[in-house]
Design a protein around this ligand. Structure first.
Ligand code: ACO
Length: 335
């Protein structure tokens, strides 16, 4: 059996910064409310008229990751693209990246697991490398949230949280048996599917039906979130899935060198940090700058941590995510 390791990382965020004060101009909210409950100070939104889309941002992040991995794009055996905000209803963004990178007929697939999407995608890629089927896989998480949020006071409990951006990793067959992805751990609980969801447009609710059936203030084509239920489940599941990953590898909390939590809410990350008695040097958060970028949040944060030398050779790195589905996941990596 082979082991996979991350051989290159990249990120891309649109340059347009939207501060909490900017949002307070268009809806009833305040910098104080947002910072106190979420830690977010600003986020990036694709500017109207910009070339950026979910696929384009993913492509830009992927180009950086490929360059850093120092491998030719034609050596990519598979593309795995995680997003909840694809450019099209179908096909997925993976095939768009294959075309943008101009890689001849390489397989591409999309993963639809929202905030846990990147860790799920990494796990999918890891299995293909472990079995020996593929040697280099491009894993991307990218989101264009700003195009689909209710930017009025009615949608403020959701819309202030989210930002746009992309992160990418090249996963390659490891040269030694001891470094790379040690294990991944995935879970879901579909009974909570509608508690954090965007119901329409879908095959169940096509746009004309939505407009016909829903009076103005009950529109299911904006995201819905039961914030307190999400918070309560997130703190429990984050903890469980990290313990599961550590125990699987005979590791303990003391072995964690770097913890990269999905950037859902700074309060959730701080709760876990305190519970696990991790120092500020052992956790990387950037939700203050980018908001919640869903499937892009972990690869953006991991790239940033690596760029700032916060991840070193032989470090034990823990990735963990929780989100819509509900789904949750962790990855334990020996760097
Ligand atoms: N600005 C000002 N007031 C607001 C805003 C806002 N942006 N949003 C909601 N409010 C108001 C509400 O209208 C409500 O007012 P009322 O008491 O007069 O009715 C009041 O604030 C409290 O609203 P709640 O929705 O109960 O706010 P809560 O204290 O639960 O905080 C929050 C909301 C921050 C989203 C919290 O529930 C939370 O952190 N949940 C975790 C969910 C999360 O992190 N989601 C991220 C996406 S999912 C993921 O990535 C896992």
């Amino acid at each position: 059996m082979y082991r996979s390791q991350i051989s290159g990382l990249g990120k891309y965020v649109p340059e347009n910064v939207v501060t909490n004060d900017d949002l307070a101009q268009i809806m009833e909210t305040s910098d104080e409310w947002i910072q106190e409950r979420t830690g977010i100070k600003e986020r990036r939104h694709i500017k109207k008229g910009s070339e950026d889309t979910t696929a384009v941002m993913g492509f830009k992040a992927a180009q950086v990751a490929l360059e850093r991995a120092n491998i030719d794009k034609n050596d990519i055996d598979l593309i795995v693209f995680a997003t909840l905000s694809p450019d099209y209803y179908f096909p997925g963004c993976g095939v768009q990246i294959q075309d943008m990178l101009n890689i001849s007929t390489c397989p591409a697939l999309d993963v639809r697991n929202q905030c846990s999407g990147f860790v799920y995608a990494l796990s999918v890629a890891d299995q293909y490398i472990k079995t020996g089927m593929y040697e280099n896989i491009l894993v991307i998480g990218s989101e264009n949230h700003s195009g689909g949020l209710d930017m009025t006071t009615r949608g403020r409990n959701v819309s202030v949280l989210f930002g746009d951006g992309a992160g990418a990793a090249v996963l390659s067959r490891s040269k030694d048996k001891h470094t790379g992805i040690l294990s991944t751990h995935l879970h879901s609980e579909g009974k909570f599917a509608e508690e954090l969801s965007l119901i329409g447009p879908s095959t169940k609710y096509w746009v004309p039906e939505i407009i016909k059936d829903n009076p103005q203030d009950n529109i299911p084509y904006y995201p819905y979130m039961n914030g307190q239920l999400v918070f309560k489940n997130a703190v429990v599941r984050f903890s469980e899935v990290i313990h599961e990953g550590l125990a699987h590898n005979d590791l303990s909390l003391e072995d964690i060198d770097m913890f990269i939590p999905h950037q859902a809410n700074l309060r959730i990350a701080q709760f876990i940090q305190k519970k696990f008695k991790l120092s500020n040097d052992q956790v990387h958060n950037n939700i203050q700058k980018y908001g919640n970028t869903t499937a892009a949040s972990i690869p953006i944060a991991l790239t940033e941590a690596w760029e700032n030398n916060k991840v070193q050779k032989n470090d034990t790195v823990v990735l963990a995510a929780f989100g819509s589905g509900f789904t949750w996941a962790s990855a334990i990596i020996k760097w």
